[in-house]
Ligand binder design. Structure first.
Ligand SMILES: [Zn+2]
Length: 253
């Protein structure tokens, strides 16, 4: 309800004419996700929905998948696979990780008439805001995080960071031994650098990284200098144990 302003189980299906019994069944024994992918029985009936519940009641225009790939997976587990089987539901930690990764996928949107201004990147090459349906303008750097699995093998973390003007990079992106949680020290909450659109180029300005390296151009990037983000570029964020590599993809070219 916090994410999508609608109840995931209160849809159009009536189980009993007695409201109290109906409520018990639809929240319990007969519970069904309103957005079940193959069984449409409990879809909200838009002609019965109050105008105050729109646009959020419109699951066709704003399906739960707009919450992005990490949360979509958990929605499936909790409201489809595990709805009648609590053991299959994700735990609190999985939700925490998915929510945090999702904030890194959020894209700022500069359409003044858009009522949301932010949306979760949909992993497509030509992203579009689901709320105002406007296509993104300009190139969009997408950064994929990798960790060192063996001396010469880097593996994807299934973690992406979207770049926009004044987006920050933090220690928890740089080093996989640092987790973004309540145990962070005050120093770890300070950004290590930021991204900006400068002279028609996307750049990263290094403020705190002592061993930042542009691997593609084989060049160290000292503090106080910047590097340009280009398609396919590999950047080593830290030489320390746990230090990550990011690979740049330019979307919406
Ligand atoms: Zn929009």
């Amino acid at each position: 309800m916090f994410l999508l302003h609608r109840h995931p189980l209160k849809g159009g299906k009536v189980h009993d004419l007695d409201t109290e019994k109906d409520d018990l069944l639809s929240m319990g024994e007969k519970a069904m996700f309103i957005e079940h992918p193959t069984d449409p029985a409990n879809r909200p009936k838009l002609n019965q929905v109050s105008k105050w519940d729109l646009p959020w009641a419109g699951i066709t225009k704003l399906p739960y998948t707009i919450t992005g790939p990490y949360l979509k997976t958990l929605f499936d587990k909790v409201f489809i696979d595990g709805l009648h089987n609590p053991m299959q539901r994700p735990n609190a930690e999985e939700w925490e990780i998915a929510l945090l990764k999702t904030t890194d996928l959020m894209q700022k949107y500069h359409n003044v008439s858009c009522e949301q201004k932010w949306y979760v990147f949909d992993n497509t090459n030509t992203p579009r805001c689901p709320f105002c349906n406007t296509a993104h303008k300009g190139t969009l750097p997408v950064l994929d995080l990798y960790y060192q699995f063996q001396e010469t093998t880097w593996k994807p973390e299934n973690h992406r960071l979207m770049v926009y003007n004044d987006q920050y990079l933090f220690q928890w992106h740089v080093n996989r031994n640092i987790a973004r949680n309540e145990k962070l020290t005050a120093a770890q909450k300070v950004p290590v650098g930021y991204f900006t659109f400068f002279n028609d180029k996307w750049v990263f300005v290094n403020q705190k990284l002592t061993s930042l390296k542009d691997v593609t151009e084989d060049k160290e990037i000292p503090i106080g200098t910047m590097l340009e983000l280009t398609d396919g570029k590999k950047i080593l964020l830290s030489k320390e144990e746990g230090g990550r590599v990011i690979v740049v993809t330019m979307a919406n070219k």
